[in-house]
Design a protein around this ligand. Structure first.
Ligand code: HSE
Length: 436
């Protein structure tokens, strides 16, 4: 049988990994796919600097359009990233009847609805396993393995850079900026590290998982995103004293009022398995009504690990080349005409519990004022911890854990606490989840 010819756009970290994995495991892969997979052509904007893979036998070009327009190529593998040129190339590839594999989370989260509709029209597939949690086959697990379940919620550590930073802050009491610089050197961080630390990268991935979990269109613009740059060493230590770890979680939950779609630092009980996912590793916890909780763990970034997901997608497409388009696994797990418009809840309507850190003057009545405000807003206290004054400056940190309350009530309480003359700094608020 003839080989299937693929074209790769971008020979950076993931592109080189894809060439390496396809070459190294060629025999194994063709035994699985039923056909040989040939890397026919590859495009990169710069062939002067060394690539992370051998390119012997591959037609090389600096013009990505050449690959997209090459009539011999059946599958275009987009590993450029971003939503500009990558979107145009993917649209052109679809237009010319080619299947697409991409690791581009921003592209899928922001333009997936348009791209999937086009792909549907043209009878081609866009595969994007590598866009979420690197090498962990979470898309396949939710789309196929959990197809019998009503998925109730999912929570994931889906940014390796952020998890690496929080782990190093906790284990080695290192500074945020110092750890971020190391993550950049190690190649985990996005070109713009704000995407990692401010939660944008995680929100892209969460948006994709939520659509697959609940059968809703992709709605990245409605995701609530909060980063980890304000987490202080003090919070990491206090959380530990109270039996919690701080993780940067992406959480999607279907409630009666709508879907919660939120990325923020979160206190989780240290005994949970996911609380022990450290360093650059990723993990996603999915709660299905039939199966209960399932946990998926692995490398969320890196050359070969992400290539593992890219190659799995290529194999899937090759296996289904002769299948009628309408009989293929739908892009978002649900048939396109069965997606539903469940509203995404604004953050002010989300119900959760909280960790509050309040720096206040050490005076009689201060605690009573704070607890009075919480009580007025219907907020019940779960635990309270008053630390020794720091640096003999008369300022005491008070840590309060609350029971569940709707976010708008907590917003109101925090504004009132911050208005107290004894409270000198903004209140630090970190949401808490039991993930039980
Ligand atoms: N910057 C991402 C991370 C890479 O740190 O997880 C994988 O998407």
């Amino acid at each position: 049988m003839q080989s299937v010819k693929i074209g790769i756009l971008g020979l950076g970290t993931v592109g080189s990994g894809t060439v390496n994995v396809l070459t190294r495991n060629a025999i194994e892969i063709s035994r699985r796919a039923g056909r040989e997979i040939e890397i026919f052509q590859a495009a990169d904007r710069d062939f002067d600097s060394p690539k992370g893979c051998k390119t012997d036998g591959i037609k090389l070009t600096t013009d990505a359009l050449e690959v997209v327009n090459n009539p011999d190529i059946q599958i275009v593998v987009e590993l450029i990233g971003g939503t500009g040129i990558a979107r145009e190339l993917v649209l052109k590839a679809i237009e010319s009847g080619k299947h697409v594999v991409t690791a581009n989370k921003a592209l899928i989260a922001m333009h997936g609805n348009e791209l999937f509709a086009k792909a549907q029209e043209k009878g081609v597939t866009i595969a994007f396993e590598a866009a979420v949690a690197g090498g962990i086959p979470i898309i396949k697990a939710m789309r196929e393995g959990l197809a019998g379940n009503k998925i109730e919620w999912l929570a994931g550590i889906i940014n390796g850079t952020g998890n690496f930073i929080l782990t190093e802050m906790r284990d080695k009491a290192r500074d945020f900026a110092d750890v971020l610089a190391e993550a950049q050197e190690l190649g985990y961080a996005e070109a713009d590290p704000e995407f990692d630390v401010e939660g944008i990268d995680a929100a892209h991935k969460l948006t994709i998982m939520a659509s697959i979990a609940f059968g809703i269109p992709l709605q990245f613009e409605k995701a609530y995103t909060e980063g980890i740059s304000k987490i202080a060493q003090e919070d990491v230590q206090c959380a530990a004293e109270l039996g919690y770890r701080i993780k940067h979680l992406g959480i999607a939950k279907e409630t009666e009022q709508g879907v919660e779609l939120r990325v923020h630092p979160t206190l989780i009980p240290h005994r949970r398995l996911i609380a022990n996912v450290d360093g650059v590793m990723n993990a996603v916890l999915v709660q299905g009504d039939a199966v209960g909780p399932t946990l998926y763990y692995g490398a969320g970034a890196g050359s070969d690990a992400t290539a593992s997901a890219v190659v799995a997608d290529i194999v899937d497409i090759v296996r289904a080349l002769t299948t009628d388009p309408e009989n293929r696994v739908p892009h978002l797990a649900f048939q396109p005409d069965a997606l539903v418009d469940t509203p995404i809840l604004p953050m002010s309507e989300v119900v959760t519990s909280y960790y509050l850190r309040i720096h206040t003057e050490d005076k009689p009545g201060v605690l009573a004022n704070i607890t009075g405000i919480l009580s007025e807003q219907g907020i019940s206290i779960e635990a309270i911890l008053q630390k020794q004054p720091e640096d003999h400056d008369g300022i005491v940190p008070i840590i309060i854990l609350t029971q569940e309350v709707v976010e708008k009530n907590m917003d109101a309480a925090i504004s009132q606490i911050e208005a107290l003359s004894t409270v000198k700094e903004s209140v630090m608020r970190i949401r808490m989840e039991s993930l039980g």
